[in-house]
Design a protein around this ligand. Structure first.
Ligand SMILES: Cc1cc2nc3c(=O)[nH]c(=O)nc-3n(C[C@H](O)[C@H](O)[C@H](O)COP(=O)(O)OP(=O)(O)OC[C@H]3O[C@@H](n4cnc5c(N)ncnc54)[C@H](O)[C@@H]3O)c2cc1C
Length: 431
């Protein structure tokens, strides 16, 4: 059972100033901002829960112990010192961990020692410097085209990039990558980032189970059509993911301008999934660690081991592997991650395995994947998403952030910005 708020759908109003489509972080932030500015708002969410890709679930570890929380989507406060959710976590009493985690790399017959790990770090720095140099020179090309041969760390680094960006570096823009502000502060939320988002959003009324199918923009007001009726609005903020918008999960009539559709195609979603395992005791002898199987990389998972000393392992996959496993189904995902754990920690660990769960973000029709990734040559596309349609429809969401894309912080700030633009416009029109 999840901890995100599940709400009974309230009635659909007939007429509002601002309609906000999607009650993920961007939509929730937009709703809070617009309401604080005195606008009447309808926040429409297709699913029965709010939060979108922010969703804390639980696994039962057996032995009568309390269920263990784990995040199906976001987990780390990226750019943590500047992330709005760090302050929100402090205000709401949610703990997070600021110490860096230990990295373990299985070399096939032994764990990497300090010299190996220093070598791995140096290889990562060489790759990063090459991407930075290309971006500095204004080269908007595939990251894979500029990263040098990293020898025995090539696979591990490629796997790392796939997990972090949700895509293979062959399909990922150097220039866009370097616009992301990497601060090195990535702090996990103890009770779950999804639970934090749900607590922050407890005061926001969302009209759940109400997918917006079409927005008729031919008249003076927008008409948002849902299976529960039609809503009129003066303006709208649309927060569905780029893939949902690209696949027609929400249609505009007349269709969205071709420049906007083209910009969406430049930043589609990558793939990111997890397999969570709960054990009835400590089978790892580690805590707060990441473990990687070097011989299998880049076709393997990155494992979180015993986060917050919980007897869990959480396998992260990104890019091609995440897509392939998701297509193969939950049983295959679990078997694949179990096999990697067995090789690293011994098959015995599974004697104490009590529960497992998988995500399938790509199959979720209202999400469609992991997080947005910019194609080589398309580094201008995020900025193009920010141009409103007819000065009354704004896009928002993680893909619309220029420096924190793919994150909750970026989604939040883009929702706030879109609502401010809409409020300024609506207020000016009234005066
Ligand atoms: C596996 C995974 C791990 C991640 N890890 C991290 C992390 O550690 N840290 C971090 O900061 N970020 C992480 N992220 C990314 C982060 O979760 C997202 O960037 C963020 O939650 C996106 O918020 P959003 O509001 O832009 O979009 P969404 O969360 O996708 O919200 C959009 C909402 O719109 C709704 N919707 C779609 N279509 C319609 C429609 N037609 N009508 C009505 N509603 C509709 C959807 O149901 C959804 O609720 C992770 C994501 C994944 C998948």
């Amino acid at each position: 059972m999840g901890t995100a708020a599940i709400t009974k759908p309230p009635a659909l109003p007939s007429d509002v100033d601002l309609a906000i489509v999607g009650a993920g972080v961007a939509g929730l932030a937009a709703a809070k901002t617009a309401r604080a500015r005195g606008l009447s708002v309808a926040l429409l969410e297709a699913q029965s829960r709010i939060g979108g890709r922010a969703f804390t679930d639980t696994l039962d570890p057996g032995n009568g112990r309390a269920p263990l929380p784990w995040d199906r989507g976001c987990h780390w406060l990226h750019q943590a010192r500047e992330n709005p959710f760090t302050e929100i976590a402090d205000a709401l009493g949610f703990g997070y961990r600021t110490e860096s985690r230990a990295s373990h790399i299985w070399l096939g017959d032994r764990w990497a020692d300090d010299a190996d790990l220093a070598d791995r770090r140096a290889a990562g720095e060489r790759a990063e410097a090459a991407v930075a140099a290309a971006a500095e020179a204004g080269r908007d090309v595939a990251m894979a085209d500029v990263i040098p041969d990293l020898g025995r760390w090539s696979g591990v680094h490629r796997q790392f990039l796939r997990a972090v960006t949700g895509e293979d570096p062959a399909a990922n823009s150097t220039l866009d990558d370097q616009r992301y502000t990497e601060t090195g502060d990535n702090w996990p939320v103890e009770a779950g980032f999804g639970a934090l988002v749900a607590a922050w959003a407890a005061d926001v009324e969302a009209i759940t189970e109400t997918p917006v199918q079409r927005i008729d923009r031919r008249g003076r007001d927008l008409r948002l059509e849902t299976p529960r009726g039609t809503l009129r609005a003066r303006a709208a903020v649309l927060t569905p993911s780029t893939d949902v918008l690209l696949s027609g999960g929400l249609r505009l009539d007349p269709p969205m301008p071709t420049e906007l559709a083209d910009a969406l195609a430049g930043v589609p979603l990558g793939a990111a999934n997890k397999v969570a395992f709960a054990f009835d005791r400590d089978v790892f002898g580690l805590e707060h660690a990441m473990a990687v199987h070097q011989p299998d990389a880049p076709r393997g998972c990155n494992f979180q081991i015993r986060p917050f000393r919980r007897d869990m392992a959480i396998a992260h996959s990104g890019g091609p592997l995440a897509r392939q496993l998701e297509q193969a189904g939950p049983a295959e995902m679990i078997a694949f991650a179990r096999a990697q754990l067995s090789e690293m920690f011994g098959a015995d660990v599974h004697r104490y395995l009590r529960a497992s769960a998988t995500t399938a973000w790509g199959r979720d029709p209202w999400i469609g994947g992991g997080y947005s990734v910019c194609r080589p040559g398309r580094a201008g596309d995020r900025a193009r998403l920010l141009r409103p349609v007819e000065a009354r429809i704004w896009l928002a969401g993680e893909a619309c952030s220029l420096t924190a894309f793919g994150t909750v912080g970026g989604a939040h700030d883009s929702g706030v910005a879109a609502a401010r633009h809409a409020a300024a416009r609506l207020t000016a029109a009234r005066d």
